[in-house]
Design a protein around this ligand. Sequence first.
Ligand code: NAD
Length: 238
Amino acid sequence: MLKLVSAKAEKTAQAIILDGGAAIAVAGDITNNEAIINLIEKTVGFSGGKIHIIVNNAGYAWDDPIEKIQDKQWDTIIALHNTAPFKLIRAAAPYFMVKDGESRSIVNISSTSGVYGNAGQASYALAKAGLIGLTKTLAQEWGPEYGVRVNAVAFGAIKTRLTQAPAGEYVVRPDGTKHAVGFHGGYDEEEKWVGDIPLRRIGSPTDAAQAILAVVSPLFSYVTGQTIMKVSGGKGGM
Ligand SMILES: NC(=O)c1ccc[n+]([C@@H]2O[C@H](COP(=O)([O-])OP(=O)(O)OC[C@H]3O[C@@H](n4cnc5c(N)ncnc54)[C@H](O)[C@@H]3O)[C@@H](O)[C@H]2O)c1
């Protein structure tokens, strides 16, 4: 599994390099402490001892109605969406608590489920709401002295692997079992979903990535502690 993920990430890194950029791919399970340390070490080794941006993006949902959620489901989702971002940020602290005048930014990927709730997604909604609290707190801790900006982006419907019709793709849970991604029909059946989206289309990965790029860019230099509500084509209220 790690080899497969590694190959995908490596392909992306190569595309960036071919386009004139610089990149490395570091695969690993972000709920594993050693993977976090490895990620920080490889990043610092690659970048000449500095880190300027973290995007806490890894995630999936393991949904059920509240009365059916098992402890393992709950613990896995909180570990992935809350504990892992916290541990990654904590491990990166020496590279963010720096007074060199350079711009630094952290983006935590939230969801409309964390803002409004979503029936059947109690663990995911709680975790995505939790990221908003972490965002606001960190903005207050690392803003005054170090100028670090910390924001969250709450996505609505984005057509990705996670939201496609099941195609046999999976992620591996911390206990080694497989978790299939996708849901019946998926956002591929776009016409079923767009009725209450003011822009009348599902978002693309490019739509999502551009919003994150905007937040980390100098155009957002005076924005911190915010949740960009919502990158959803307008769904969920204007
Ligand atoms: N797609 C949507 O509609 C949508 C909406 C709101 C929020 N989100 C959030 O956006 C983020 C990205 O999701 P996506 O839709 O691009 O799905 P995706 O499945 O395409 O991407 C998720 C990535 O997270 C990685 N990942 C999962 N568990 C991991 C782990 N334990 N360690 C390391 N990496 C791990 C996967 O390998 C994958 O690369 C997630 O946090 C998701 O909750 C997505």
